[in-house]
Structures are given as structure tokens and as C-alpha cells.
Design a protein around this ligand. Sequence first.
Ligand code: FES
Length: 133
Amino acid sequence: ATTLPYPREAITRAGALEDNVPVPFNYPDAESFCQIIKTGHPVPGGIGPDGDIVAFSTQCTHNGCPLSYDKEARTFKCGCHFSIFDPEMAGQMVDGQSTENLPRILLEHDTADDSLYAVAVEGLIYGRQCNLL
Ligand code: FES
């Protein structure tokens, strides 16, 4: 089998992110919805100058509903059947109907110009047999 490489896509600059305010993007293609978030303190898998920037697929791993971010609880929540995922614990599912953690979008930080790039997906995006269509 041939393994296709993931695209390397610029998302934003680390300095443009505000603490606890997620920014949506699409990766590895337009049909895949993701969010990048700066948590404000170092977290597992976090990158950038403060080790606090992470990104996830935000299609629920239970049935594919769009997740929304709860700023107070600091979690991604699903309005369909109330699954909850924790971006500060590598996307771990902490409650609900789902059985899978959120797929992580692997990031790189270019210290030369402060750019953040999406470079791969770890975990299977909901509804896909392969992350790259
Ligand atoms: Fe999200 Fe069911 S689709 S909990």
C-alpha cells in the first residue's frame, strides 16, 4: 500500500492566538473541521513558545456532530449526545457516548516567523476509513 504524505499547511501565528480562544481551520482538507487553541499553560503535546498550543478534529467521534468550545469548562462539547473532550489532556474523552478521543492535529512551530503549521493527523477523523481522501 502507498502511504500518502499529509499536507503541511500554515494555520496562524502563535502570537496571534489568545488564551482560551479557539480558532477554526480545516485540515487535511476542506471537509475536515478542526480547531487550534492556546490553553495558557503547558499541556501534553503542546507546542509554541509556551508549550500550550494544541489542535484537534472537532467532529465528534461518536456520530460526527460539530463540537463547540466551552470557555468556562475549557472543554469541547457535543450538543448531540453530550460527549465532552479535554484539549488539555490530549483530546481525551471525559464524558458521554463516544468511545474515542479526539483526533489530534500535529503541529509544528517555525520559530523564524512564529508560524504554526498543521503537518499530520493522529487518530481517525470521524466517518473516514482513511484521513486522506
Ligand atoms: Fe457527539 Fe453523539 S455525536 S455525542
